[in-house]
Design a protein around this ligand. Structure first.
Ligand code: SAM
Length: 230
């Protein structure tokens, strides 16, 4: 998968991209992430990418030209042929669809993603209407920019790419698979400050353990996220 990120703060990404599973996924060539400084695509001599909103109002908006130009350049310079069906332009936006595990699974199938990170009061509406294929929000709250949402999205997608996680079973039993939260997990010691691990987990009886886990997953989901069971 190739991920192109359009941002005015490309340096924000280094700590996340250069650690842990995302770092290893890039080393294994499962994903390539390229950062594009939006200011490189503006004709303004001061490299300004924002302007005042028509009709007045607080704050500044990101102008459409540099964003359209950045996307056009990225698409023109792709080394491989992408069909519209395996490439997506995503605007990170609090007004978009809230990101879910299901959406991550769907997006992880694309070969190419362009992520547009907004800032200030957001982006000119024409980017939303005429450029972005999809708008994604990471929750009902407002962040200062789309960089953290883009990192959240990349993290969630990359671990779903085949061959990225060492044990692919870790994906099968996670929360939100099967519309269930994950069952309770315990590690050593079997007794800690008098708090004991459920005996069934120490029994070595895999069938019983599996049944217990399923029952506990349903119980947990029913009490915490009944909406998932609907
Ligand atoms: C301060 S926000 C703009 C909010 C906008 N004025 C509104 O009321 O919808 C600036 C940028 O941060 C990003 N952003 C903020 N919150 C977000 C969220 N919950 N999910 C995704 N992106 C978000 C978007 O890229 C947005 O363009």
């Amino acid at each position: 998968m190739l991920i192109d990120i359009i941002t005015i703060f490309p340096r924000m990404f280094a700590p996340v991209l250069n650690e842990s599973i995302i770092k290893r996924a890039q080393e294994k060539r499962k994903v390539k992430v390229r950062l594009h400084d939006l200011r490189d695509y503006t004709a303004d001599k001061h490299r300004k990418v924002d302007d005042r909103p028509f009709g007045g109002g607080a704050g500044m908006l990101m102008r459409p030209e540099p964003i359209f130009k950045a996307v056009e350049c990225i698409m023109q310079n792709l080394k491989f042929k992408v069909k519209k069906t395996n490439s997506k332009i995503i605007l990170l936006c609090p007004q978009g669809k809230t990101l879910t595990h299901r959406a991550c699974k769907r997006l992880s199938k694309y070969k190419h993603l362009i992520l547009i990170c907004g800032h200030y009061e957001g982006v000119d509406e024409r980017v939303r209407r005429h450029l972005a294929d999809e708008e994604i929000s990471i929750g009902d709250y407002i962040l200062t920019g789309g960089e953290l949402p883009a990192m959240v999205l990349i993290d969630a997608l990359v671990r779903l790419l085949p061959g990225v996680l060492g044990d692919k079973n870790s994906l099968n039993f996670e929360s939100f698979e099967d519309n269930l939260l994950e069952y309770p997990q315990f590690s050593r010691p079997a007794s800690f400050k008098g708090l004991k691990v459920p005996p069934v987990l120490l029994s070595g009886d895999h069938k019983r353990i599996e049944a217990w886990r399923r029952k506990e997953a349903i119980k947990k989901t029913r009490s915490r996220r009944p909406d998932l069971l609907k």
